[in-house]
Design a protein around this ligand. Structure first.
Ligand code: ZN
Ligand code: ZN
Length: 341
């Protein structure tokens, strides 16, 4: 089968590889579409370490092609599905806790530590597979994985009915968080970005106010929209320390800050602990998508969160180098770039 293999950083190569040999408790999935995520770009650039060669791609949809002998889940050939990429060992300290988390000491992830979906077929454990309703668009379904991560983020942000919310960043994640915040009862949502095109989309998807940081100071603008107090909840959806500081500065005293974006591993955040004390801020983070896939599938298929408008580009697998370039440099108004075998 054709695969985009990453043998070393910044060298994405199209290759013919054998299709994966799946075990008895796994299914083989024919990939329909796979999204390029910030994580793929980080690995491609060498900013996040993983063992190579590897086939990246952890946000994907597809159809079941074959089912392993001992699979007990209700999965049949032809079922349209999405995949939770994180694989737990089931036996370590964290796996045996009562809370459902992804802190597994032997965590593997499809498309991050083991071969993923920038190819034609992927094998995955049946327990990681979630069936989609028959009429659900498989293009949109490639965004269920980021949606599942955002469901966790919204849980962590603990938005209450009537809260004012600021979302820093209007990339695919920021635009999903916006829609989830709206559903959670936010009375007003302010979204910031540097790109006007992204902010226009944010408006279309329900943002009450947008702030273009290329023209305006985000902190001042958000303060003036909230009578000088700041918002009840701020969510950082960029993955930079600058954005985290901005999010902190626009949160009111006693408010809640969720750091959703993943900053580069070695970046250091300069913060005055006194400022946190003085505001009595509740700061949360959000780690992956612990058992939020079922809810994400329900949300996506209800149509209450719109995923299709986030897909800006669709490329063939053969064109993956161009797809990565557009996604990495955010060319041509790129938001979510999909690759299809
Ligand atoms: Zn991702
Ligand atoms: Zn474990």
């Amino acid at each position: 089968m054709l695969a985009a293999v990453l043998p070393e950083i910044r060298n994405l190569r199209l290759d013919n590889v054998p299709s994966p040999e799946y075990s008895a408790d796994e299914v083989l999935i024919k990939v329909h579409a796979a999204g390029i995520c910030g994580t793929d770009i980080h690995i491609y650039r060498g900013e996040w370490k993983t063992s190579m060669p590897i086939i990246l791609g952890h946000e994907f949809s597809g159809v079941i092609a074959e089912v392993g002998r001992s699979v007990k889940e209700d999965l049949k050939v032809g079922d349209p599905v999405v995949v939770e990429p994180n694989i737990l060992c089931g036996t370590c300290h964290f796996c045996r806790m009562s809370e459902r988390n992804y802190f597994c000491e032997n965590l593997k992830a499809v498309g991050v530590t083991i071969d993923g979906a920038f190819t034609e077929y992927v094998k995955v454990k049946a327990e990681n597979v979630y069936k989609l309703p028959k009429k659900f668009s498989l293009d949109e379904a490639a965004l269920v994985e980021p949606l599942a991560c955002c469901v966790r983020g919204i849980d962590q942000a603990r938005i209450k009915a009537g809260d004012t919310v600021a979302i820093i960043g209007a990339g695919p994640i920021g635009l999903i968080l916006l829609q989830l915040a709206k559903q959670s009862g936010a009375s007003a949502i302010i979204q910031t970005d540097i790109e006007e095109t992204r902010l226009k989309l944010a408006k279309d998807l329900g943002a009450d106010y947008t702030v273009c940081m290329a023209r305006e100071d985000a902190v001042e603008a958000i303060k003036s929209l909230t009578d000088g107090y700041g918002v009840d909840v701020a969510i950082e959806a960029v993955g930079s320390t600058k954005a985290i500081t901005q999010a902190m500065n626009v949160t009111r005293r006693g408010g809640r800050l969720n750091i959703f974006g993943v900053a580069p591993q070695d970046e250091v955040w300069n913060v005055k602990p006194f400022d946190l004390y003085d505001k009595e801020l509740t700061v949360t983070t959000s780690y992956r998508s612990p058992f939020t896939f079922q809810r994400a599938v329900k949300i996506a298929s209800s149509g209450s969160v719109k995923l299709r408008p986030l897909v800006s580009h669709i490329y063939k697998l053969e064109e993956i180098q161009s797809a990565f370039e557009v996604a990495e440099k955010k060319l041509e108004g790129a938001i979510k770039v999909l690759v299809k075998p």
